[in-house]
Design a binder for this molecule. Structure first.
Ligand code: 57M
Length: 359
C-alpha cells in the first residue's frame, strides 16, 4: 500500500521515485517483517502462554525434548502475519504472482491453523487427521496451480538445472506437477520442524536464494543474458521473498536454542508451500531439490525409515526419523545438529546459485 499510495506522488515529490524500485522495496519489506516479529514476539509469546497454547511433547521421542513441554506454539501466526502485512505494504498488489503467493500463504496458514486449533485450543491430541490435512493442502495447491496454468504466457515447461537445452513441456500436467511441488515442500518443511531453529534457518536461506532467482527471472535483459526463463512480472516476488526472509530472521530471534516459541503447523505448512510456489513461479522448480535439499533429505529419511520398518517388521535404518532425531540419539547436542544442518543448507544454496553459470 505504501507503493500504491506514495509512488504516484513522485510527480510532485521526486524522491518518491525510489518506491518504483524492486530492490528498494525488497530491503524495506525485509526490515518491516523483521521488526514486526522482533517487537511483537515477546507479546505473542506472553499471549500464547496465557492462552495455554503450549507444546505437547511425545513421550516416545528423544529424552532431551521432554523439558520442552509447554513451550508456546503457533508462532507461525507471527511469521505469517509479518510476511503478509509487509507484502501488503511494499509489493505491487495488482501483480498476478503476488496475488497467487498471498492466496497460497492464506490458504496454507488456514490449514495449519485449523490443525493447531484442534490440537491446542480444542485439545484434541491428534489435530486434523493426516488424510484431512493432506486433502486440504492438495485442494489449495491445485487451485493455485490451475490459476498459474491459466495465466496468459505462463510456461508449462520445467527447467532442469545444469541442462539449458532440456526443458520438457508438461502441458496441463504442469498443474499436477506444480501442486506436487507445493504440497511436497509444505510437508517436508513440517517434518524438518523438530529442533529449535532447524526449519526457520533453512527457510531463511531458501528465501534469500529465491529472492535472487526471482529478481533475475523478472528482469528481461538479465534473464536473457543468463539464459534462464524470463517470467514477466515475477520480479515482484523478490519483494515477497524479502518479507519472508525478514520474518524468518525475526522469528529465529525467539526460536533459536533454547526456543521460547515454536511455529506450529500454522507456520511450517505455509512456509513450505510458499517456497514450493516461489520455485514454480520463478521457473526454478527442480532447483528446489538443491535449494531446499535439507528438507528433501529429512522427508526421504522418513519415507525410507517407514518403508523399511514396514517391510522388515520393525527394523530401522536410522535410530529415529526424521534424520535430526538420528543425530540427537547418536549423542550430538541439539545446537550442534541445528548449526551443522544450517551449514549444509548454506552450501546447497551456493551450489544452486552456481547453476546460473554451470549449464
Ligand atoms: C512435526 N513436530 C515435532 C511444533 C512444531 C511420519 C512421521 C515421521 C511424522 C513425524 C511428525 O509428526 N512430524 C511433523 C514434527 C514437534 O514440534 C511441533 O510440531 C510443529 C511443526 N508441525 O512447530 O509445534 C516437536 O518437535 C520439537 N521442536 C523443537 N523445536 C522447534 O522449534 O524442539 C519443534 C520445533 C516438539 C519439540 O519437541 O514437541 C515432533 O517431532 O513431533 N513424526 C515424528 O517426527 C516422530 N518420528 C517417528 O515416529 N519416527 C519413527 C518412524 C518409524 C515413523 C521412527 O523412526 O521410529 C517423532 N516425533 C517426536 N518424537 N516428537 C518420534 C518421537
Amino acid at each position: 500500500m505504501i507503493y500504491h499510495f506514495l509512488y504516484p506522488l513522485h510527480t510532485y515529490i521526486t524522491v518518491f521515485n525510489v518506491f518504483r524500485y524492486i530492490t528498494f522495496r525488497t530491503i524495506y519489506a525485509s526490515l518491516t517483517a523483521f521488526l514486526i516479529c522482533f517487537f511483537l514476539g515477546p507479546w505473542v509469546i506472553r499471549s500464547l502462554a496465557s492462552l495455554q497454547i503450549g507444546q505437547y511433547v511425545r513421550t516416545d521421542g528423544p529424552k532431551s525434548h521432554f523439558d520442552k513441554a509447554g513451550t508456546p506454539t503457533m508462532g507461525g501466526l507471527l511469521i505469517m502475519g509479518a510476511v503478509i502485512i509487509s507484502t501488503l505494504l511494499w509489493a505491487d498488489l495488482t501483480n498476478f504472482f503476488i496475488q497467487i503467493i498471498l492466496l497460497v500463504s492464506l490458504g496454507f496458514t488456514a490449514v495449519g491453523f485449523f490443525d493447531d486449533y484442534l490440537m491446542q485450543i480444542k485439545k484434541q491430541s491428534k489435530g486434523l487427521s493426516a488424510k484431512g490435512k493432506f486433502s486440504l493442502q492438495v485442494v489449495v495447491a491445485l487451485v493455485c496451480a490451475a490459476l498459474l496454468y491459466a495465466h496468459p504466457g505462463f510456461s508449462t515447461r520445467v527447467t532442469v538445472p545444469f541442462f539449458k537445452t532440456i526443458s520438457p513441456d508438461l502441458g496441463w500436467g504442469y498443474i499436477l506437477f506444480a501442486a506436487f511441488v507445493i504440497v511436497g515442500t509444505s510437508n517436508a518443511v513440517n517434518l524438518t520442524d523438530g529442533l529449535d531453529g532447524l526449519a526457520i534457518g533453512p527457510v531463511l536461506i531458501a528465501a534469500v536464494t529465491y529472492m535472487v532467482f526471482a529478481y533475475l527471472a523478472g528482469h528481461a535483459k538479465i534473464a536473457d543474458y543468463l539464459q534462464i526463463t524470463h517470467v514477466a512480472g515475477s520480479g515482484e516476488i523478490t519483494v515477497f521473498c524479502g518479507a519472508l526472509a525478514g520474518a524468518a530472521l525475526g522469528f529465529l530471534w525467539f526460536n533459536t536454542y533454547p526456543a521460547q516459541i515454536f511455529m506450529g503447523d500454522v507456520g511450517s505448512l505455509p512456509l513450505g508451500a510458499i517456497l514450493g510456489t516461489v520455485a514454480v513461479i520463478t521457473k526454478q522448480e527442480i532447483l528446489l531439490v538443491i535449494v531446499g535439499g535439507l528438507f528433501v533429505v529429512e522427508a526421504l529419511s522418513v519415507i525410507f525409515q517407514v518403508g523399511f520398518f514396514k517391510m522388515t517388521n520393525g527394523r530401522r535404518i536410522f535410530r529415529m526419523a526424521p534424520l535430526h532425531h538420528h543425530f540427537e540419539l547418536k549423542g550430538w547436542p541439539e545446537p550442534k545438529v541445528i548449526v551443522r544442518f544450517w551449514i549444509i543448507a548454506i552450501a546447497l544454496a551456493l551450489i544452486s546459485m552456481s547453476t546460473l553459470k554451470l549449464r
